[in-house]
Design a protein around this ligand. Structure first.
Ligand code: SF4
Ligand code: SF4
Length: 429
């Protein structure tokens, strides 16, 4: 695609990176077929190609974002299915990230929208605040249908996603020693919502790693990966959260990996090198941390895992989170691990399409998110599985809100098969 940026514009490293991406696009439109929002509404402006044109026009003319641009960029899930499909290697993720920052800096959004985003950015990355918010949401949960009916769809979406049981206290920094001879040492990103919403995921991750000789460290000072605010265009906050994690993990000696069990976070940590490439104090360490980042399935696949208990013959519908399959190109490892441990694994039809979770998308875009969830749940239930497995807490929460089937993290099944406890969602079903 031909571009018309001035030399002065190209002096900005973000604009220079976006220009390179735009030039790679040959507007063939292959990406439209796999874009969830285009599949839902058939609007070219809700397709990757349409959004690329909108972003190009906005950046080239260096003008504030318009309401029309914001509508279509906000509807983008950042699922990155378009990147998997694109034959020209267009790095849509970096382009839309840049566009979101431009929108955040130039668009005067309505006061309620600004307030809601500020609230989410203040709440979600901080486990203690998030826990208190969930406690407050518990008694209000039954009001979700009423709020929906009178038009407060986003509040209703938040209440629906809150669990019925009380939230847990997040784990503090600590070290979990390897069982037997130590064969490795990793930092685990505990995540900002994982411990509060589903502490069994980190518990299973720690159990399976330590049982196989890997020491696990929850580093002092590490916190949210930054992706929640990054996807809202709040760059300063996202970079501050990234720097805090880099400081925390580089202070640890002898790490083999930074293990991440929430694939949305994994995609962001693997991008720290790019996000901080122009920061002389962090560029090198950020690139090193990105190089060390591994999804838990990528790390576990290299360990000699064997089933040690006779489990019931279970059919697992494996939902491949977008951030794992498109963002990190991790496809085979989770399924290989489950199959090796005795589970019958089924791929979900149209598995390239997002479930509608996408960070805060299911709160900010409740209608699109609901339609994507209904579609996803329909394809999953058609497989008649015993259990749904996914590698991302966002997908697990989103899908579980639309089905009676138990939904668990892949690592919970791996831990169970290798000697750990049965996942709570399976015990309850
Ligand atoms: S598939 Fe790639 S090159 Fe083709 S329109 Fe989409 S982004 Fe551009
Ligand atoms: S990231 Fe997903 S929703 Fe956004 S344009 Fe690409 S395929 Fe469509």
């Amino acid at each position: 695609m031909q571009t018309n940026f001035t030399l002065a514009q190209l002096a900005d490293p973000d604009t220079a990176a976006s220009e390179k991406i735009l030039r790679a696009c040959v507007h063939c439109g292959f990406c439209t077929a796999t874009c969830p929002t285009y599949v839902l509404d058939g609007n070219e402006l809700d397709s990757p190609r349409g959004r690329i044109y909108l972003i190009k026009d906005m950046l080239e003319h260096d003008r504030p974002a318009t309401a029309d641009v914001v509508v279509h960029i906000d509807r983008c899930l950042s699922c990155l299915a378009c990147m998997t499909t694109c034959p020209s290697g267009v790095h849509y993720m970096h382009l839309v990230d840049h566009a979101r920052v431009h929108i955040e800096n130039t668009y005067d959004s309505p006061p309620f929208e600004r307030l809601l985003r500020a609230l989410l950015a203040w709440l979600l990355p901080y486990p203690q605040r998030f826990r208190l918010a969930l406690l407050a949401a518990l008694p209000a949960k039954p009001l979700a249908p009423l709020l929906d009916a009178i038009g407060f769809k986003r509040l209703a979406a938040m209440l629906r996603l809150a669990p019925w049981r009380g939230p847990q206290r997040p784990r503090g920094p600590q070290t979990f020693l390897a069982v037997g001879a130590r064969k490795g040492r990793v930092a685990l990103l505990a995540g900002c919502v994982n411990d509060v919403l589903a502490p069994q995921i980190n518990a299973a991750t720690i159990a399976v790693l330590t049982r196989h000789g890997i020491e696990v460290v929850l580093a002092k000072g590490a916190g949210c990966c930054g992706s929640l605010v990054h996807h809202m265009g709040r760059d300063d906050e996202a970079l501050a959260q990234a720097r805090a994690n880099i400081d925390a993990w580089t202070a640890l000696e002898g790490l083999d990996a930074v293990v991440i069990n929430t694939s949305g976070c994994g995609t962001t940590v693997k991008d720290y090198g790019f996000m901080l490439r122009t920061d002389p104090a962090y560029a090198e360490r950020a690139a090193r941390i990105s190089g060390l980042a591994k999804d838990v399935s990528e790390y576990l696949v290299a360990l000699p895992l064997e089933p040690v208990q006779d489990l019931p013959q279970l059919t697992v519908a494996y939902h491949s989170a977008c951030s794992l399959q498109h963002g990190q190109r991790v496809n085979r490892q989770p399924k290989e691990l489950l199959a090796k441990l005795g589970f019958a694994v089924k791929d979900v039809p149209d598995g390239h399409l997002c479930c509608g979770s996408a960070g805060t998308y299911n709160i900010l875009q409740p209608d699109f998110a609901r339609r994507l969830r209904e579609r996803k749940v329909g394809t999953i239930e058609g497989l008649r599985p015993d259990v749904i497995a996914a590698g991302n807490i966002g997908c697990i929460t989103q899908i579980a809100a639309g089905t009676k089937l138990p939904a668990v993290h892949t690592v919970e099944l791996i831990d169970w098969a290798t000697g750990g406890a049965c996942p709570p969602a399976l015990r309850a079903s």
